[in-house]
Design a protein around this ligand. Structure first.
Ligand SMILES: C[S@@+](CC[C@H](N)C(=O)[O-])C[C@H]1O[C@@H](n2cnc3c(N)ncnc32)[C@H](O)[C@@H]1O
Ligand code: SF4
Length: 311
């Protein structure tokens, strides 16, 4: 039995590796031809935080949203400017993922969606959410989501599992394009605080590799250079990570140069190591036993799911 599982795993991994290699070759050929024809390149994925904070606070959140202690929304005007600049560099961005933190906490979300579509009309727009506030997908936001064909992608955590049937019915009745993940029972941690990993090895197992991330006029290969600020006091890891942000307004950049820079492992990848999995849990509280309401930031300090949904 073990032998069979191992064999299947090895075969599956081989297919994934082959697919990734093929995709890299295809991307290189595509870039080469576009350059030859004087066209701009295509970026495959861009992630953006419409809120740094979150209402769930999963322990060990990859984006450190559980550690954000104040409401933190980006400027819509800056986002528009940054997208306009990226549109100078790229012919298209295939997928743009609006996320966080928890994106449904942002009252201007419809504006962020509209701005995304205006800058990159052919992009697939995804909204990655923990689903706690799914009923906020109503009124103007609902029509914006539908008009722009946004796919709502729900990460299904323990407190949201009982809501899944109602959420699915709501999405279907309102004709919201959606996907809901299988229940998430494990989370991983991967920071190697000692900083002695080999960057090219780290990227092989990185869950955020090539999750090109935009924020405040800068871009990076992963979200860490932006979100590391929330990891306690200033330390060497923060300085090294933040140094990886690339200024998108740098006059020496074109889309090809930037794409190449983003494809290389960062020096900061030495702070990422092996994934270590643990049971998913809300930070600092047992969500099952908790019952108090949502605080001012929209966080659920002790798991008050019903209260959070009625806000
Ligand atoms: C940072 S979340 C932001 C969007 C939204 N709040 C959510 O949870 O879907 C983006 C994705 O990263 C995943 N993620 C975050 N931290 C993780 C961890 N420590 N281990 C595994 N997956 C994690 C989440 O499950 C989610 O699918
Ligand atoms: S729901 Fe969890 S994973 Fe998503 S941003 Fe909030 S704390 Fe992070």
């Amino acid at each position: 039995m073990i032998h069979k599982i191992t064999k299947t795993f090895v075969q599956y991994s081989a297919v994934v590796v082959a697919f990734l290699k093929l995709r890299r070759v295809f991307s290189a050929v595509d870039d080469f031809l576009r350059k030859l024809l004087g066209k701009k390149p295509v970026l495959y994925l861009l992630e953006y935080h419409v809120a740094d904070h979150c209402n769930l606070n999963c322990k060990g959140c990859f984006h450190f949203s559980n550690l954000v202690t104040a409401q933190d929304f980006p400027s819509l005007a800056q986002y528009r400017r940054d997208l306009a600049r990226l549109a100078e560099l790229y012919a298209n961005i295939r997928t743009i993922r609006l996320m966080g933190g928890e994106p449904l906490l942002n009252a201007e979300l419809a504006g962020f969606i509209t701005a995304t579509k205006a800058a990159f009309p052919r992009a697939k727009i995804c909204l990655l959410t923990n689903g706690l506030l799914y009923k906020r997908l109503s009124g103007e936001l609902l029509s914006t989501v539908k008009t722009n064909n946004v796919e709502v992608q729900v990460s299904l955590y323990k407190p949201v599992v009982p809501q899944k049937p109602a959420m699915q019915t709501y999405f279907r009745q309102n004709e919201i394009k959606h996907s809901i993940s299988p229940p998430i029972t494990k989370f991983a941690q991967y920071i190697n605080i000692v900083g002695d990993s080999a960057p090219h090895e780290s990227v092989k197992q990185c869950p955020a590799s090539r999750c090109t991330f935009l924020g405040g006029g800068f871009i990076a290969r992963c979200p860490l250079p932006f979100n590391i600020q929330y990891l306690g006091q200033k330390t060497e890891i923060q300085a090294v990570m933040q140094n990886e942000k690339i200024d998108i307004y740098d006059k020496n950049l074109d889309g090809f140069i930037l794409k190449k820079m983003l494809s290389k492992p960062m020096k900061a990848c030495r702070y990422c190591g092996k994934l270590e999995w643990f049971e998913w849990q809300q930070d600092g509280c047992d969500v099952v036993d908790c019952s108090s309401a949502v605080d001012k930031m929209g966080k659920i300090p002790v798991g008050g799911l019903a209260a959070s949904q009625s806000r």
